[in-house]
Design a protein around this ligand. Structure first.
Ligand SMILES: NC(=O)c1ccc[n+]([C@@H]2O[C@H](COP(=O)([O-])OP(=O)(O)OC[C@H]3O[C@@H](n4cnc5c(N)ncnc54)[C@H](OP(=O)(O)O)[C@@H]3O)[C@@H](O)[C@H]2O)c1
Length: 302
């Protein structure tokens, strides 16, 4: 099976391109495939052969999307539809990544795939447009929504918190916004299960038909937390791993105190990965375990 990963300059794309050694993997970063030029992207993709395209490329700066609406809708909205069309022409499958920010955050129980999306930011709106365009382009395509992605290939919230705690005695994080940190290595493992089913390398768990691995799927590590709890756990893991830090506790701030943020963010965007676990036969591990693993691998000084 030939895989094409788009967005390999980013956090998730780099992790995925590294992972699937048993397949023939090609990766494109932004220079190699610029999604803001739809005709050029279409032409380049038509000229090459692949069985599965995995799209991780996106305009991910949530605040900048508010002021660059056209760019957000081009890259996050229209371009995924073009990828879907090209995949359809080739009878290839598309795995397209989306976000928990398609929800408004008013629910207080994990969002399932059937919950109505109601974005409250341009980023969320543009990503929802991308989902719809992908699913309209081909009925075998898969949209995978993930939340709070972290991993070694590009710094994210967790790395910023550790850096801050390394340099300062006081560290603060938002205590009234909830979702689930999700490790790129665990996303890669989940995608690996899907690819194995598609290439018939794995025996399908009960109820799994190839036809069910399409449409929308939610994936996140298990559990939920606030950003303050996430940051505190990261510092606790650093402490256990012997990473020198000036701060050991994370103080609380409120979402409404983030006056410099331009875009609105959902206060609750926990995703239920139950359907994904049922279909792949592989439930995700707890977010605390995933964070501890990441810190041991990439920060440990012991
Ligand atoms: N990060 C999160 O917490 C999070 C949460 C929920 C969902 N997601 C979704 O997960 C996916 C992967 O996110 P990530 O964390 O890997 O984000 P990322 O690190 O920002 O990676 C996105 C990549 O897309 C590339 N890109 C931007 N504009 C492009 C264009 N015009 N043409 C081609 N490539 C372009 C970026 O290029 P440069 O390298 O040049 O910047 C970057 O390499 C995205 O769909 C995102 O919406 C992320």
């Amino acid at each position: 099976m030939k895989l094409l990963v788009v967005g390999t300059g980013g956090r998730l794309g780099a992790a995925l391109a590294r992972e699937f050694k048993e397949y023939d993997v090609t990766g494109f970063n932004r220079e190699q495939l610029d999604l803001s030029n739809l005709d050029a992207a279409r032409g380049k993709l038509r000229a090459i052969s692949f069985d599965v395209l995995i799209n991780t490329a996106a305009f991910t700066n949530v605040d900048l999307c508010e002021t660059e609406r056209d760019r957000a809708f081009l890259i996050n909205g229209k371009a995924p539809g073009v990828l879907g069309e090209v995949c359809n022409e080739k009878d290839a499958k598309l795995i397209h990544f989306s976000t928990d920010y398609v929800f408004d955050g008013k629910k207080r129980a994990p969002y399932i795939e059937e919950d109505e999306a109601n974005p409250i930011s341009v980023y969320g709106e543009s990503k929802l447009a991308g989902e719809k365009n992908v699913l309209a382009a081909g009925n075998q395509h898969l949209v995978v929504r993930v939340s709070w992605v972290f991993g070694p290939d590009r710094a994210s919230f967790i790395d910023a918190m550790i850096k801050r705690a390394h340099e300062n005695q006081n560290v603060l994080a938002i205590a009234d916004k909830f979702s689930t940190p999700t490790y790129t290595a665990d996303i890669a493992r989940m995608v690996g299960h899907i690819l194995d089913h598609w290439s018939r390398r794995a025996s399908a768990p009960d109820g799994l038909g190839a036809s069910r691995l399409q449409g929308i799927l939610h994936f996140a590590n298990a559990g939920k937390c606030s950003w303050q709890e996430y940051a505190q756990w990261a510092l606790d893991c650093c402490h256990d791993a012997g990473v020198p830090l000036k701060a050991t506790t994370v103080g609380a701030i409120k979402l409404k105190e983030m006056v410099n943020w331009v875009a609105r963010r959902p206060v609750y965007s926990v995703l239920s990965a139950a359907k994904c676990a049922e279909l792949t036969g592989a439930p995700p591990r707890a977010w605390r375990e995933a964070v501890a693993d990441y810190i041991t691998r990439f920060y440990s000084k012991k």
